[in-house]
Design a protein around this ligand. Structure first.
Ligand SMILES: Nc1ncnc2c1ncn2[C@@H]1O[C@H](COP(=O)(O)OP(=O)(O)OP(=O)(O)O)[C@@H](O)[C@H]1O
Ligand SMILES: [Mg+2]
Length: 261
């Protein structure tokens, strides 16, 4: 079996229904029958109007929202085979014999390991932690893996410089930064650890043209090293430059098919 066409992430008949506990337990069905397949080195862009469920899908893949039905699966098979003869490189004790990891109903500890080692997420807005400097915010994903501090700092600064964040801001907490400055800190934090799967929720929404170009380059470099990406980009120019395929979410309260670019 070759690894070329194997998906790294797949969804089959994925479903999401929110239960609004604060509103008498009413339910809100937002997704049904969603299928997708994402390979290493591929960027699949979620499309569709506001409220269709794009961010919801990213949050399901990131383990922030519970999966209501269907399957969402990571496939580790192709990478693990060459390394030590085992078929999986999932978090310890969680890999299946054939290198598949089913994401529905994973225990919280497994999500912690997955987000550290496998799934990177650039949310639309930076979650600001008081008194933590921009440099430390960016370094943190590497330090969490036990990386060398000096080297982590170096990589953080290289990324912040590439994203044109003025050096005088590096040691300040991002709480008072402009929207675009916070977004660039968030992007640097998302890209620094080179996760094999990257989720991007409108990462260029608050950026000027020059910084959008930097983000496009970061995405293209990630693709070249085999990163699988699931992204949302409202900017059509950026979308055209990074998307290998579009996945329109319209009709996923019913059915729809993927659109080849
Ligand atoms: N935590 C939640 N609880 C209840 N409903 C939610 C929750 N999160 C999202 N929804 C609902 O799910 C639907 C999809 O929302 P989502 O944020 O995924 O849309 P989107 O496609 O990302 O839209 P936009 O382009 O505006 O960001 C919306 O109707 C929203 O109200
Ligand atoms: Mg959204």
């Amino acid at each position: 079996m070759t690894s070329m066409n194997q998906p790294f992430l797949s969804a089959v008949a994925l479903e999401k229904t929110f239960t609004l506990h604060a509103q008498g337990g009413q339910t809100l069905a937002v997704m049904r029958g969603l299928d997708l397949s994402l390979a290493r080195g591929e960027c699949l862009v979620l499309a569709g109007p506001s409220g269709i469920g794009k961010s919801t899908l990213l949050k399901m893949v990131n383990g922030n929202y519970r999966i209501s039905g269907g399957r969402l699966t990571l496939h580790f098979g192709s990478e693990g085979q060459g390394r030590d003869g085992r078929t999986g490189d999932g978090p310890d004790g969680e890999e299946h014999d054939n290198g598949r990891l089913e994401l529905a109903d994973l225990p919280a500890q497994a999500w912690h390991v997955l987000r550290r080692d496998v799934i990177g997420y650039v949310s639309q807005f930076l979650r600001v932690v008081p008194r933590v400097s921009a440099r430390d915010v960016v370094m943190e994903p590497l330090l969490a893996r036990g990386a060398d501090e000096q080297e982590s700092r170096q990589r953080a600064e290289t990324l912040l410089a590439r994203l044109n964040l003025p050096e005088r801001l590096w040691s300040l907490a991002p709480g008072t930064f402009s929207g675009g400055e916070q977004q660039r800190v968030n992007i640097a934090r998302g890209f620094i650890a080179e996760h094999p799967l990257l989720l991007l929720d409108e990462p260029t929404a608050s950026l000027d043209a020059a910084n959008r170009d930097v983000v496009v380059s970061l995405i293209q470099e990630a693709k070249a090293r085999g990163t699988a990406m699931l992204g949302i980009f409202h900017d059509e120019d950026v979308r055209d430059r990074v998307a290998d395929r579009l996945l329109p979410l319209e009709g996923h309260m019913g059915t729809a098919s993927e659109e080849k670019l």
